[in-house]
Design a protein around this ligand. Structure first.
Ligand code: IMP
Length: 421
């Protein structure tokens, strides 16, 4: 079985926990795009680890794969492997495979990301991890792949060719070019450390599916951060939607069995860009505090707002979800009356689907319907029928809007705080 799981909003929907719980049913969990701009939290006994590159199924018996569409900061990945090893969790090449063609994020990508963002009139609010510039190099065929990094002679020859070009680019952006060559000794060492993990991810996955094994493809970020279909230009640099999994992993679309969408019961966004239902006052502060809405990667406070049905409808179109996991319902406790944005008003007209351009989305005024709230602590409830009637109604209303079954309702950060319908 081949399942794809993606975020339906702007990332940070709580995908990590859903994958963590689902992954016990899968033989392989694979990351297909993005890099260490993403982040998820793993709890091991009393310890909490924040991971950015290793797939979320790290605590299960599943094999973990990182596909060729991921951009890898090797220092960060090795740091994660070492951190888990110090907690007694060994990440051997039997456990983890990384595609030979995964692009390496070089220090000059990070430098260029920062310099370009500083120089932008309209900032994107990137995570400053070099993601966009690593993808630029993949597209322009000037990338350093893991295969290149792990062969010292090839790496040195590649750097000989690339360094002058990258130095000029950094000078053009107003930076100091020393960063380009300074990293070579460290990166040569990283290549040697990661070499044993190299594999052909597309082959492994297709072969596993031929052998009736279960594969879960884990998306990072969310639908509206997609490079093409998201709220350009305030997006990340990869395809975050379900189709992207097939392209990046080299698996044909006819092999997909189900696509799971992860939707937060309200909406958040980090960085710049339109967010029509954003609440900047007390409601926004309460969502942020109660939902712990601070970035795992950058620590930035997330912008928070009410559930946005037009954006959710678009995410359903972009991903064709088979079913949905609704997360963080508990965060809405005590916030009644709860508002749901069902449509927008734009230029005097009511619309139920977002306009294509961010410049128009920015002008949309949300039209809300109000629903009763609830005050009972729902984080201890484990059956849907035991939720207060108002919470059940809220879930059913969102299901009606999305026209897709909500199979899982997550009502707290712990693994067992999960209602399966
Ligand atoms: P980049 O991916 O670092 O280039 O950042 C581009 C935009 O995507 C910025 O608005 C980031 O805040 C946002 N972004 C990137 N990764 C994530 C994520 O994992 N969660 C939420 N937002 C993200």
């Amino acid at each position: 079985m081949f399942t794809i799981l993606t975020g339906a909003q702007f990332g940070d929907e709580g995908k990590g926990k859903i994958i963590d719980v689902l992954s016990s049913g899968y033989d392989i969990v694979v990351r297909f795009q993005g890099g260490n701009n993403a982040g998820h939290t793993v709890v091991v006994g009393d310890d909490t680890y924040k991971l950015h590159l290793l797939p979320s199924g790290v605590l299960t018996d599943a094999r973990l794969l990182i596909g060729p569409g991921v951009v890898i900061d090797p220092g960060v990945l090795i740091g994660e492997i070492e951190m888990l090893e110090s907690a007694g969790i060994r990440i051997t090449p039997e456990k983890l495979g990384i595609d030979a063609k995964a692009s390496i994020i070089m220090p000059y990508h990070i430098e260029m990301d920062k310099l370009r963002e500083q120089g932008r009139k309209h900032k994107i609010g990137t995570t400053a991890r070099g993601i966009g510039f690593a993808y630029i190099d993949k597209t322009s065929r000037d990338e350093v792949r893991l295969a290149d990094l792990s062969d010292k002679n090839i790496f040195l020859a590649t750097m000989d060719e690339l360094a002058p070009q990258k130095e000029r680019a950094i000078i053009d952006l107003g930076g100091a070019p020393g960063v380009v060559r300074a990293c070579i000794p460290d990166y040569t060492r990283y290549g040697a450390v990661l070499k044993p993990y190299i594999t052909d991810v597309s082959y492994e996955l297709n072969h596993a599916l031929d052998s009736d094994r279960n594969v879960l493809a884990e998306g990072a970020q969310g639908a509206h951060l997609d490079i093409i279909h998201g709220t350009q230009k305030y997006v990340t640099s990869s395809s975050t939607t379900a189709g992207g999994a097939c392209v990046y992993l080299g698996i044909g679309p006819t092999r997909v069995d189900q696509v799971i969408g992860v939707v937060k019961a309200y909406i958040t966004r980090v960085g710049e860009g339109p967010l029509p239902t954003e609440q900047t006052g007390e409601i926004g502060d309460r969502l942020r505090e109660m939902g712990g809405e601070f970035g795992t990667t950058t620590g930035r406070p997330r912008r928070c707002g009410w559930f946005d049905a037009p954006l959710a409808r678009k995410a359903v179109y972009l991903n064709a979800y088979s079913n949905i996991a609704l997360t963080k319902l508990d965060v809405l406790t005590g916030l009644g009356p709860i508002k749901v944005c069902t449509e927008y008003e734009l230029d005097g007209e009511r619309i139920t689907y977002p306009p294509e351009l961010s410049s128009d989305l920015e002008r949309c005024v949300p039209v809300y319907e109000e629903m009763d709230g609830w005050d009972l602590d729902i984080s201890i409830v484990d059956a849907f029928s035991d939720l207060p009637a108002a919470a059940q109604d809220y879930v059913c209303r969102i299901e009606e809007i999305l026209k897709v079954d909500i199979r899982i309702v997550s009502n707290g950060p712990k693994r067992d705080q999960m209602i399966v319908r």
